[in-house]
Design a protein around this ligand. Structure first.
Ligand SMILES: Nc1ncnc2c1ncn2[C@@H]1O[C@H](COP(=O)(O)OP(=O)(O)OP(=O)(O)O)[C@@H](O)[C@H]1O
Ligand SMILES: [Mg+2]
Length: 248
């Protein structure tokens, strides 16, 4: 599923991706402490890969950054005067409307104020870019998992996000589909979109990451360049993780 943070739609594209700031951010749910406090800045070119074991807080982090959750304490902010940048999120399980692939893309544009006369042309372009032209009229929910995930990325593409969050977008896909999704993610990156993505696949992280946020037990253990993370991780948890040990 791709969800657009609706409050951010009016901002125009920036040349450089906006920086994201977490200032002492904590998140509690029903008196249970789940995340933080953590502080970090994403102002490099990325992509930023968020890693850590199950329950580490990776999805919470993305939901907080995307504005789907509000921090219990601390502040989340963005660079630039526009406040919140235009941003989209892709989830592990694609959630698509019960209509054709192209109708999904046309609907997303309608919701986001694209002129009616533009929608079909842009939708066809997006299908072509993501290798889905032959699937245009196929019901979206009949597509394979990999095709559905590419369709969610095509939908995100049509919204020209300045920031794209991806929460384990390839965990249910085969190698060919993973390759296609990774190529799409890198295409967003090349176009200047800030990428923040979770994965459990350390090989995928090595292929994609510019920097790594490593979480364990709701705490940020390490934020370093990919080179440092994979070759000389600083924290003991990250050292164990990179060494292939089973970190909790
Ligand atoms: N809505 C919620 N209500 C209560 N607890 C939650 C909620 N969402 C997440 N949690 C808890 O917060 C912790 C972090 O969850 P989160 O989903 O962020 O982990 P994760 O790192 O994404 O794990 P995974 O690798 O399994 O996806 C977990 O202990 C989880 O049970
Ligand atoms: Mg998760």
């Amino acid at each position: 599923m791709t969800s657009l943070n609706a409050s951010c739609l009016s901002s125009s594209a920036l040349l450089a991706p906006p920086a994201l700031y977490f200032h002492d951010v904590s998140y509690n749910h029903e008196n249970k402490h789940l995340l933080g406090p953590c502080s970090f800045t994403l102002d490099g070119i990325g992509p930023t890969l968020v890693m850590g074991p199950n329950g580490a807080g990776k999805s919470l982090l993305l939901r907080l950054a995307h504005g789907l959750l509000s921090p219990t304490q601390g502040q989340i902010s963005w660079s630039g005067s526009d406040g919140c940048p235009r941003q989209a999120m892709v989830f592990q399980q694609p959630v698509l409307l019960r209509r054709s692939a192209i109708a999904n893309l046309i609907h997303a544009q309608a919701v986001n104020g694209v002129r009616r006369s533009e929608r079909m042309r842009r939708a066809m372009e997006a299908l072509e870019r993501f290798g889905l032209t032959a699937c245009a009229k196929v019901p979206a929910r009949v597509l394979s998992g990999g095709q559905q995930q590419r369709l969610t990325l095509a939908r995100a593409w049509l919204l020209s996000p300045q920031v794209l969050f991806l929460d384990e977008p390839t965990s249910a896909l085969d190698p060919a589909a993973i390759k296609a999704v990774e190529a799409a993610v890198l295409e967003f990156h090349r176009q200047g979109t800030r990428i923040v993505m979770t994965t459990h696949d350390i090989h995928q992280a090595r292929r994609l990451a510019g920097d790594v946020l490593f979480f364990s037990g709701g705490n940020l253990c390490e934020h370093t360049s990919a080179d440092t993370f994979f070759n000389q991780p600083v924290s003991s948890k990250a050292q164990a993780f990179v060494a292939g040990e089973l970190v909790e």
